[in-house]
Design a protein around this ligand. Structure first.
Ligand code: SF4
Ligand code: SF4
Length: 338
């Protein structure tokens, strides 16, 4: 694994993410996905996948990138964050290593083709902790004209970030709340590297970007936090980046919390739209209104969704314009109609 330095006491320092774990021989990193083996840090789960499934791209969620297409979603094990609300904790935090077979990067490409998936998504656990495999696989996918999608918390350092995003076509970054204390207390990390990643994607890559915030009642749903997040997004990324507010389900170390109600999701959407964001959605709740794309100019429904599937025809032309008023819709829609 190339992201490492030799630190004091002959420990090896992993430089993938801001934790900079310094590992003695036989010691694992915070993420449990890297280990010092005989003086070199090596990935433990290269090609050892925990999960694989064909999803609608809307499930990532990506609503403005090749809508109504299929994505082959894959995940491995471990995570460099430790979110108390993790919805995938059985593969990110408290996992037992399954006896899974090694799946080489070329096999992922072959599977995507076999099942007519227009893209492959690196998702479920945190792709940063299997970055070597993500990059090797994404290189092959791009050579085969299959789109590459990253679903990530964005907690990584500059060099791996540059290497990774060279091969990524679209991403959804989890912005878990716009509050340093929330990140410190509930994810055991800081907010600023994540903000850096989002700015890097916007300013230094061509990757399509959407942002997700999982709302937990009483934890990160304060009006001011939502306003601050949206002001920051508009100022730094732009008002046309799609933002998804997802409902939380009691999980992992937050089993005592309530499931997020649709009223809280609707309230957050209203705040974000009032502040000026053009495309704001709700998710993890079956409701057509909060899942549908309305043209920001004429306000007519241009992609009607219900429960992650698209209803009726998509009212965006092959140049990405609203068929009702000819306004350019932010996103990548060129395959529609083909
Ligand atoms: S990727 Fe894992 S081992 Fe490397 S610094 Fe981050 S938490 Fe530590
Ligand atoms: S970053 Fe994602 S996978 Fe990792 S602990 Fe947090 S919610 Fe779970």
């Amino acid at each position: 694994m190339k992201y490492q330095n030799t630190a004091k006491d002959n420990r090896q320092e992993c430089t993938i993410c801001p934790r900079y774990c310094k590992l003695k021989v036989n010691q694992k990193g915070f993420c449990k996905a890297y280990k010092n083996i005989n003086g070199r840090i090596e990935p433990l789960y290269y090609g050892k996948l925990s999960s694989m499934q064909i999803d609608p791209i809307e499930k990532k969620p990506l609503y403005h990138f090749y809508p109504n297409t299929k994505t082959l979603s894959i995940g491995a094990l471990g995570c460099n964050l430790a979110c108390k609300f993790c919805q995938n904790y059985s593969i990110s935090q408290t996992f037992e290593v399954p006896n899974s077979n090694y799946i080489p990067p070329q096999a992922i490409c072959d599977l995507a083709k076999k099942y007519n998936c227009e893209s492959v998504s690196f998702t479920y656990n945190e792709p940063v902790v299997f970055i070597d495999y993500v990059i090797d696989t994404a290189k092959i996918l791009k050579e085969n004209n299959i789109k590459t999608i990253l679903v990530s918390s964005g907690y990584l350092n500059q060099k791996p970030r540059e290497d990774l995003f060279r091969y990524i076509d679209a991403c959804n970054i989890d912005l878990k709340g716009f509050n340093e204390k929330f990140y410190n207390k509930n994810c055991l990390c800081n907010l600023y590297p994540i903000i850096d990643t989002i700015k890097y994607i916007k300013n230094n890559t061509n990757a399509h970007l959407e942002i997700t915030t999982l709302l937990i009642e009483g934890e990160n749903d304060l009006d001011d936090d939502i306003k601050n997040e949206v002001y920051w997004i508009i100022e730094n990324i732009g008002k046309d980046v799609p933002l998804h507010f997802l409902a939380f389900f009691p999980s992992y170390k937050m089993k005592d919390k309530k499931q997020t109600s649709i009223d809280i999701i609707r309230k957050a959407i209203k705040i974000a739209k009032d502040v000026g964001l053009l495309y704001v959605y709700g998710g993890n709740i079956d409701d057509q209104e909060i899942s549908t794309t309305f043209c920001h100019n004429c306000k007519k429904p241009i992609i009607t969704r219900r429960n992650l599937s698209i209803k009726d025809s998509i009212n965006i032309d092959n140049e990405g314009k609203c068929v009702f008023c000819n306004t350019q819709i932010p996103g990548v829609f060129e395959k529609i109609g083909f």
